[in-house]
Every structure is written in structure tokens, then in C-alpha cells.
Ligand binder design. Structure first.
Ligand code: ZN
Length: 254
């Protein structure tokens, strides 16, 4: 049987406009239909371009939108918050952006047949967020890590730092020949980049734990935690402070 190839899109950018640019870029490379739109997690910079791939925009078939089993509910809960954030950060560029939720939920794993290759989707326990999904292209052994991996830019944790370190341990064993991170350049040495991210996360965890033990406040910890990692990462101050703000209250109850 002749297998017809089809296209899957992994993450769509932060607005309808960005999604449309992505769709136009795909159309320059292939005329094959986009049948799957996969979101690696709930964050708006990964999901709010989804609307550009609706049939009404494409005049083609409606693709399946695919995400972690918790993605749909989480998108709904954060809809108002993210709409405000997008309006503030993007202004006019956010216009027309609507929420498009998954039509297929991944509970543990799902294999998509694209004709010339298959994609293996894996849903993860709480790590970067509680909606993380990674994608492995079986033909090229390329891993799309979503925000489980940041390269060059400071890793961000919204879910569970210990969970994220543990998931990176699993991804190190994936056999990926290259890794496309959620932020940063494509890596030919995914294991090394995962180790770098784990080092930052472990230092952050240790430092916050030490602060809590010594009775140092969260505000003071924001200025000191993971300071030894500062020069290794871009956008360190903003991301690191945000991480302390998320993790300190949770770690107080360890
Ligand atoms: Zn994210």
C-alpha cells in the first residue's frame, strides 16, 4: 500500500500571527496537509498560534490538536490570565488569537503515523509544568523536548524541580541523535545539554533548601540562589528569581 506523507506541527508560537507565519513557512517547504498540531505544554508561547491551523484558516481538513491529558483543562483555567498577558506583552500582535484546545489527549504515550515516519509522543509527570509532552521522530532520532530542556537560556520550572531533574534523567536515555529544545539552539549533544540544565536545577534546589533551613527569606534567596550558575545562562536574573518564587514556598513543606 502506498503511504501518503503528512505533516505534524510541534508548537505553534504565541499568537495567531506567529502561527500564520509558521504555516506560511511550512507551505514553502511542502504542500502536504498539516494533519496534526502537537502542543508540548500549556505555556502561551507554545500554544497560542494553534488557531492558524484551523480548517477555517487553512481551507483544508481540520487537523487533530494533540496534547497531554491535562492540557485541555489547564488551558481553560488559564485562558483569562494568558489573554491578559498576551494583550500586555504583544499588544496589537495578539489580535485574533483564540484558544484552541486539544482534540486528542495523551495519557502515557501515542504513536502518530506520518507515512514516511512515525512520531512517538510521551506524556510526562509534573516537571516543567504538569502538561509536558515530548516527541521523538523515529526516522531521524530527533527529540523535541519542549521546555523540559532549555539550552543557553536559563531553565524555568513551574511544576516540580525534582520531577524535572528526574525527567531529564529519562530523556538522557532516549538515544536521541539531536534534540530540539523548547528554547535555544538545536543540540547534537543532548546528553551534555541535559546535564548542564540538571546542574543548574540541582544547585537551585540545594540553595533554596539551605536558605529555608537557615531561615533566610524568599526575597533574600531570590538574590542569592544558584549564583554560581549565573554566568552560564542567558536571561538569568528574571528566570532565576521566578524559579525561586515558585519553588521556595513548595520546598518549605518538604
Ligand atoms: Zn514553558
Amino acid at each position: 500500500m502506498l503511504s501518503v506523507a503528512r505533516v505534524a506541527v510541534i508548537d505553534t508560537g504565541g499568537s495567531l500571527k506567529v502561527g500564520q507565519h509558521l504555516r506560511q513557512a511550512i507551505a514553502k517547504v511542502t504542500s502536504l496537509p498539516v494533519l496534526y498540531v502537537i502542543n508540548t505544554h500549556v505555556h502561551p508561547d507554545h500554544t497560542y498560534g494553534n488557531a492558524a491551523f484551523l480548517a477555517s484558516q487553512l481551507n483544508e481538513v481540520e487537523p487533530e490538536f494533540i496534547g497531554h491529558e491535562k492540557l485541555s483543562t489547564t488551558m481553560e483555567l488559564r485562558q483569562e490570565q494568558y489573554a491578559k498577558l498576551n494583550a500586555k506583552l504583544l499588544g496589537e500582535d495578539a489580535l485574533g488569537t483564540i484558544l484552541v484546545k486539544p482534540s486528542i489527549a495523551v495519557k502515557s504515550s501515542l504513536t502518530l503515523d506520518l507515512g514516511d515516519r512515525s512520531l512517538v509522543l510521551t506524556a510526562h509527570p509534573v516537571a516543567h509544568t504538569h502538561t509536558d509532552l515530548t516527541v521523538m521522530d523515529s526516522q531521524t532520532q530527533t527529540l523535541f523536548s519542549g521546555d523540559l530542556l532549555f539550552i543557553e537560556r536559563t531553565p524555568v520550572v513551574e511544576g516540580d524541580v525534582k520531577g524535572l531533574i528526574a525527567e531529564l534523567d529519562k530523556l538522557k536515555l532516549s538515544g536521541a541523535l539531536q534534540v530540539v529544545p523548547g528554547h535555544g539552539p538545536v543540540s547534537q549533544d543532548g546528553v551534555l545539554d541535559m546535564k548542564k540544565a540538571q546542574t543548574y536545577l540541582q544547585v537551585l534546589l540545594n540553595d533554596i533548601r539551605a536558605s529555608i533551613k537557615q531561615g533566610v527569606s524568599m526575597e533574600a534567596t531570590m538574590n542569592t540562589a544558584a549564583a554560581t550558575e549565573k554566568d552560564k545562562w542567558l536571561l538569568f536574573d528574571v528566570a532565576n528569581r521566578r524559579n525561586v518564587n515558585t519553588l521556595y514556598p513548595a520546598l518549605e513543606w518538604e
